[in-house]
Write a protein that binds this ligand. Sequence first.
Ligand SMILES: *C/C=C(C)/C=C/C=C(C)/C=C/C1=C(C)CCCC1(C)C
Length: 244
Amino acid sequence: MNFTLTSELVGLDRIINSDPIAITFFIGYMAMFASSVFFFMERGSVDGKWKLSLLVSGLITGIAAVHYYYMRDFYLQTGASPTAFRYVDWTLTVPLMCVEFYLLTKPFGAKGGTLFKLIVASLVMLVTGYIGETSGVESNMMWGIFSTLGYLYIVYEVFAGDVAKLSKDSNSPALGRAMFLLKIFITLGWSIYPIGYMVLPGNLLSGAFEVSSIDLFYNLADAINKIGFGLVIYSVAVAESSKK
Ligand SMILES: *C/C=C(C)/C=C/C=C(C)/C=C/C1=C(C)CCCC1(C)C
C-alpha cells in the first residue's frame, strides 16, 4: 500500500512509540472533556445555589479540554512545548478557580473585593510566569520569584485572609470540609507548577530533568487540580443538597 506520511501520521506514530508527553496530552484532553460532560450533567442533581458552582467547574475543564486539543496537536507536530496556549488556558481557568472560592464563601458574606484581590494575584502570577518562560536564561529565576509572590498571596488569602475568616465564621461543616481539601490542592497540587518551571535552563532543577519534561509536570498538575478541584465542589454540593 502506498500513502504519504502526513504530519498527522507522524504525530500518531509518536504516540504509538510511547512518547510519554504525547500520551499525557492525549489523556489530558480526554479526561478534561469527560469531566466537563460529567459536571454539566450533574448540575441537574444538586440544589439551585450549587448549580452555578458546577457550571463553573464544567467551564474550567471545558476550557482546558479545548486548549488540550490544540496543545496536543501543537506538540505532536512540532515536538515543542505549547507555552502560549498553556498560558491562555491558565489565564482563563485560574481566575475561574478564584470564582469557585468566592461562590463557596458567598452565602457566608464574601465580598466582591476578595474575588478581585484573588484574580489580581493570579494574573500577577501568570503574567510574570509567562515572561519568565519566554525571556531566556538570565532572567528566568527572577520572574519565577515574582510569580511565586502572586502564588503565595493566594495561599495567604485561603489560609489566613478573607477566605479563611469567612469559612471559619460560617460554622458550616460542609464548607469546612471543602476548604480543608481545597487548601491541599492549593498548596500541594499547585506547587507542582513551580517545580515544573524550575526544569527550565537557568533555574534550580535545570539538568535534573529534560527541559521537555516541563509538560509532564504541567499536564499532571492540570489533571489533578482542575478535575480534583471540581470533584471536591461536586461532593460538597451533593452532600448539602441531600440534607433536605
Ligand atoms: C488550571 C491551572 C492551574 C491551577 C494553574 C496554576 C498555575 C500555577 C500555580 C503556576 C505557578 C507558577 C509559579 C508559582 C512560579 C513559576 C511560574 C508558574 C506560573 C509556573
